[in-house]
Design a protein around this ligand. Structure first.
Ligand code: NAY
Length: 289
């Protein structure tokens, strides 16, 4: 499992249910136009932590139904309630998802031993490849290289989605665990992460910038750093705009400008204001430059 994987957005209806038609269109755009290697379904970008269990199940089903055989699928099933996470993991496995991923349990300040026990139970009970989802800025859970080593030693754990900015740590991790997969989660830093040993990247902006991301990733493989730098700089200009009104809502707005019904945000996330929409109107132009 390698390459560029889009952290999929979820189009919602105004009442918070999934907009199935919109979701299918967004999936097709990612596969047919962005031509990404895979989809990360149910992550932060999917607003999954705001969704009820039934909606998450529906999301996994619709996406699986829409994809092509060669698209890699990862289901983010992490939830504070371990029984829910196990149920979702078993369901995603049955649907044919290639791997599971789970955010480190959050909100309570769990000790490392508690977090490790959570993954042990999740991986034992689902018995399917697992990618640890580490996002210290959102969860507060910071791991040392040794901590990661303990998690990576659990049966079924195949790698880490590393949504962090510590390049040296990622380099150390890849060197000590060459057989595991490490995905960068900071789209702005795809180039340095690819150089530092990341096997690929999972990101929300790849819904719109998947082609750029593939170019950067492939250029690094060919040691064409000139191309990689030029395209990363283009990508970062777009990302700056996306971040201004909120990255997920801006992505949905740009999709709508492209004629794709990316739906509403899940409450309490809000839609872009008129002012933010004006700013976002520049994004399409910059993307296409
Ligand atoms: C997820 O689970 O959807 C992700 O973690 C995707 C990674 C994104 N980080 C977050 C916190 O959503 O793609 C990044 C991020 O949006 C991008 O780098 C812009 O800052």
């Amino acid at each position: 499992m390698k390459g560029i994987i889009t952290a999929l957005i979820t189009p919602f209806n105004e009442d918070g249910t999934i907009n199935e038609e919109g979701l299918r269109e967004v999936v097709r755009y990612n596969l047919d136009v962005m031509k990404v290697n895979g989809l990360y379904v149910g992550g932060s970008t999917s607003e999954s932590f705001l969704m009820d269990e039934e909606s998450k199940r529906q999301l996994f089903k619709i996406v699986k139904d829409e994809i092509d055989v060669d698209t890699k699928l990862i289901a983010q099933i992490g939830a504070l309630n371990i029984e829910e996470a196990v149920r979702l993991g078993k369901e995603a496995k049955e649907l044919g998802y290639d791997a599971l991923s789970a955010i480190t349990p959050y909100y309570y300040k769990f000790s490392f031993q508690e977090i490790k026990a959570y993954y042990k139970r999740l991986t034992d009970d689902t018995d399917h490849p697992m990618i640890i989802y580490s996002n210290p800025a959102f969860t507060g859970a910071q791991f040392s290289v040794e901590d990661y080593g303990e998690l990576l030693a659990l049966p079924n754990v195949i790698g880490v989605k590393y949504t962090d900015t510590d390049l040296a740590k990622l380099g150390n991790l890849k060197e000590s665990h060459p057989e595991k997969v490490f995905f960068s989660g900071a789209d702005e830093m795809l180039l340095p992460f690819a150089i530092s040993g990341a096997d690929g990247a999972i990101g929300s902006t790849y819904n719109l910038l998947g082609e750029d991301a593939r170019t950067i990733y492939e250029a690094v493989q060919k040691s064409d750093l000139e191309t990689a730098r030029r395209v990363q700089s283009h990508m970062n200009k777009v990302i700056d705009f996306l971040l201004e009104g909120g990255v997920y809502s801006s992505i949905k707005y740009v999709f709508k400008q492209k004629g794709i019904d990316a739906g509403y945000m899940k409450f309490p996330f809000r839609e872009l204001t008129d002012e933010e929409k004006k700013n976002a109107d520049n994004i399409l132009e910059i993307i296409e430059k």
